[in-house]
Write a protein that binds this ligand. Structure first.
Ligand SMILES: [Zn+2]
Length: 506
């Protein structure tokens, strides 16, 4: 089997697909013509091709050589990554029409709230900015009516995906992702349970205070819609001027020594009407072509966005060209690149960073930092609840119990009343929630290393820049747990993450 030829074709397909997706997303093209791209490369996505790759993978011996990875091990790993990339597209292609129907349904859905007609997609932005408690609940009720109607369609989609996975020879949804992402989800589930316990006390204390301060009531029987509001209240937005978003990022890349990478990173911050407001980073061809897309609206979320996507972008632009294509971009999971993104994103709340780049006093910087840690812990607990629900549902093969497991786990993790109807709308495919959680844990460890090695102001230290560049250059070869191990930390040791919350919020 000519692996190089397969990689070449796959790289062309990915380049075209990423470019098409980006052009539509940024508002430079009206309609996505992805079907055309799939058709052009259709021989990639057949059961025959998948079988061929799988047979070749089995045939490749796992080397027992002890010194570093041998060529055989690498080849086996490459074939595995190619297999799951092709399988993902194979499943995606088979369910594309269903997926499209759901997207279209939501983009057209409208609701009536006290006589006013509102588009479904406008509900969440409205909720997050509405300071009236009762009105947020009314908007939320309207949203659930739309979500509930789509549940049968969404359920069919998930069941069909599982059917295809089984047809490909996997015993279950969990089996497919355990192999594809090289993850021990059973062990990780236990870690998550412990992390929830270890942050229970601090979460209940802080959330109790915030409920009284902001929501004007005790933290009891409050609906999850108010969590969305608390997440986005932004009392410090005026410290984050819109016109300084891009320039601050550029100034910082110079300070840490990344400015030579900028020619390969295309930053699109333009405000087009049809541009999707959610920030994103594309790697159509790393390291040569990377796109960082943001749509600033003013406030701290813009800074979070450019630094988070900047983490992905700098990673992509530093990937060694000497690596085979697969190790440059076909990752088993996204936990590693999300870790790099989290580390940079968290800088924008760091009091030292705020003083250095945005002229914020250390008094205000500390207040901003505390608020950010609160939101961060809220999101962590939400994702812990999400992952526990997904794991329990898929591991027990109990899709029918999904609504109950969703509501129970989310409520236990966040303390907010969570309606069962949201179980499929809030489901992250492929356990992406676990990728984020792994990034949360690992980012705390790598940040600890940075401070110990380069000091509190590591973010302006060129040696820290070199440290990152070395890690980035390995592309997606490693999983994040391999990286923290090399730095002397224990994978999935959550103690530093927990310590951070109790130090700032305690
Ligand atoms: Zn990300």
């Amino acid at each position: 089997m000519d692996i190089k030829a397969l990689e070449d074709q796959l790289s062309k397909f990915i380049y075209e697909l990423e470019t098409e997706d980006r052009l539509v997303r940024v508002g430079l093209k009206d309609k996505a013509e992805t079907e055309k791209i799939y058709k052009k490369h259709k021989e990639l996505f057949t059961e025959e091709t998948l079988d061929k790759v799988e047979t070749e993978r089995r045939r490749t011996p796992t080397s027992l050589k002890l010194r570093g990875a041998s060529k055989e091990t690498k080849t086996k790993d490459i074939l595995e990554r190619i297999y799951f990339t092709l399988a993902g597209s194979f499943i995606g292609l088979a369910t594309a029409a269903q997926e499209d129907a759901i997207t279209t349904y939501f983009s057209k859905a409208k609701v009536k709230v006290v006589g006013e007609e509102i588009a479904y997609y406008e509900l969440m932005p409205r909720i997050s900015k509405d300071s009236i408690f009762e009105r947020r609940e009314r908007l939320d009720d309207a949203g659930y009516a739309v979500i509930s109607k789509a549940n049968p369609k969404r359920l069919k989609l998930v069941l069909d995906e599982i059917k295809i996975m089984k047809k490909l020879g996997f015993s279950s949804y969990i089996d497919y992702f355990t192999k594809g992402k090289k993850m021990d989800y059973i062990k990780f589930y236990k870690i998550c349970g412990r992390l929830l316990k270890d942050t229970d006390k601090i979460w209940n204390k802080v959330m109790g205070e915030v409920a009284v301060d902001v929501l004007k009531r005790p933290f009891k029987n409050i609906r999850s819609v108010h969590l969305a509001y608390l997440r986005s209240i932004s009392m410090y937005d005026n410290y984050y001027p819109k016109e300084k978003v891009v320039s601050t990022f550029l100034k910082w890349t110079g300070d840490i020594g990344f400015d030579d990478l900028l020619p390969f990173i295309h930053i699109d911050e333009k405000d087009r009407a049809k541009k999707n407001p959610r920030a994103v980073c594309y790697w159509p061809n790393p390291p040569g072509e990377i796109h960082l897309v943001i749509k600033p609206i003013g406030g701290e979320q813009d800074f979070e966005a450019i630094f988070h996507e900047g983490g992905h972008a700098l990673h992509g632009a530093s990937v060694s060209i000497k690596l085979p294509y697969t190790l440059r971009t076909l990752a088993h999971s996204n936990a590693l690149t999300e870790t790099y993104a989290f580390i940079l994103e968290d800088m924008v709340f760091d009091p030292d960073f705020l003083t250095t780049y945005l002229n914020v006093s250390s008094f205000t910087g500390n207040k901003i930092n505390r608020q950010a840690y609160f939101v961060n812990l809220m999101m962590l607990r939400r994702y812990l609840g999400k992952f526990c629900y997904e794991f329990e549902m898929f591991s027990q093969n109990a899709i029918s119990k999904g609504p109950v497991l969703y509501s129970k786990n989310l409520q236990k993790a966040t303390g907010f009343i969570t309606k069962r109807e949201g179980w499929l709308a809030d489901l992250d495919g492929g356990f992406y929630s676990a990728d984020y959680l792994r990034a949360w844990i690992s980012a705390a460890q790598i940040k600890d290393y940075l401070v110990k090695k380069f000091g509190r102001k590591w973010f302006v230290n060129k040696r820290a820049g070199e440290f990152f560049r070395k890690l980035y250059s390995r592309g997606v070869t490693d999983e994040v747990e391999d990286v923290v191990k090399k730095l002397g930390y224990k994978p999935w040791d959550t103690s530093l993450l927990v310590k951070g919350y109790s130090q700032v919020l305690g």
